[in-house]
Design a protein around this ligand. Structure first.
Ligand SMILES: [Zn+2]
Length: 301
């Protein structure tokens, strides 16, 4: 009887403690309603099919490149995915909703399509995980250059997110901080309608970085550094001025297509609030007859 009472008291104390801790954790985080889209860069096979680098662009780039590789840690796409899945778990534990562009290696996802996934999710942050080719002992973060009609709506928030995440990541993992770099030629930036950053987390031909990238413990540390920065960024967002909310006109419905029935041409719609065109639907890249996996494209105007 005493044992049973003691047991019940212990359970009650444990549950109370757990609830308090859980309450503290979530109430303190302030990021429960936030959405993050994680794009582990590259995939098992690159796709040299070209796509426009932005809406209406004549300049094109390969749909998705194969990435680099470390002699110890292996292909970049596997390191990016493993860190991405670890980051996914960390953010979910903070109450953040997380959308992954991919969870396996063998996918077929152009960079514009990855941006489309983030757009469809109305992500508060679209983070694209990469490791760089080269031997430098540093890390840096790319963000969208200011391009009228493409990135002017996400430039400021992207830059702010890049600053916060780069600083947090670099200091946490102990890789020297090489700062931020704007880029105007990245398809995954120019097609994005949500704040977007691309950390080049390490250099795969740097032997020290390569050794670390092969270590599950260090990959976890990489994810923790990124999560630290992401949470800090999300906490800067005001609920009334969420960039994900601001791109959508309240009266306009989303354009949603059924999986497996993608359109075959670029489709443009003019914004209902009189600004530049914002709605688009990606085409099948030239030469491709079908998508290899179901997907939904949704845009709002
Ligand atoms: Zn890469």
């Amino acid at each position: 009887m005493i044992t049973g009472k003691f047991f019940r008291i212990t359970i009650c104390m444990f549950l109370s403690f757990f609830c308090i801790m859980k309450g503290d954790l979530y109430s303190a985080s302030g990021v429960e309603d936030r959405i993050v889209c994680i794009d582990p860069g590259h995939q098992l096979h690159g796709d040299n099919t070209h796509e426009p680098i932005g809406p209406g662009a004549t300049k094109t780039k390969p749909c998705v490149s194969p990435g680099t590789r470390g002699s110890i840690s292996g292909p970049e796409h596997t390191v990016n995915l493993d860190v991405g899945l670890r980051l996914h778990g960390l953010l979910i534990s903070e109450g953040v909703t997380v959308v992954m562009t991919r969870v396996t290696a063998d996918v077929q996802l152009c960079n514009s399509e990855r941006a489309a996934i983030a757009n469809s999710a109305k992500a508060d942050l679209f983070i694209r995980l990469h490791c760089n080719a080269g031997r430098s002992n540093s890390c840096f973060t790319l963000y969208p250059a200011l391009t009228e009609g493409w990135t002017d709506d996400i430039y400021e928030e992207s830059l702010k997110a890049a600053q916060i995440v780069q600083e947090a990541y670099s200091s946490y993992v102990g890789i020297p901080d090489a700062g931020l770099r704007p880029r105007s030629d990245i398809s995954g930036f120019n097609w994005a309608d949500v704040p977007t950053i691309l950390p080049e987390m390490l250099y795969m031909q740097n032997t020290d970085h390569d050794t670390k990238a092969a270590s599950p413990e260090f990959r976890q540390k990489m994810a923790e550094g990124l999560a630290d920065g992401i949470i800090k960024y999300l906490k800067t967002l005001d609920s009334d001025t969420s960039p994900a909310m601001s791109i959508k006109s309240p009266s306009s419905p989303d354009v949603t297509l059924s999986p497996g029935t993608p359109p075959r041409s670029w489709e443009w719609k003019i914004s209902t609030n009189g600004s530049r065109p914002k709605a688009w639907i990606p085409s099948l890249p030239a030469g491709r007859k079908t998508w290899k996996q179901p997907r939904i494209f949704a845009r709002s105007i």
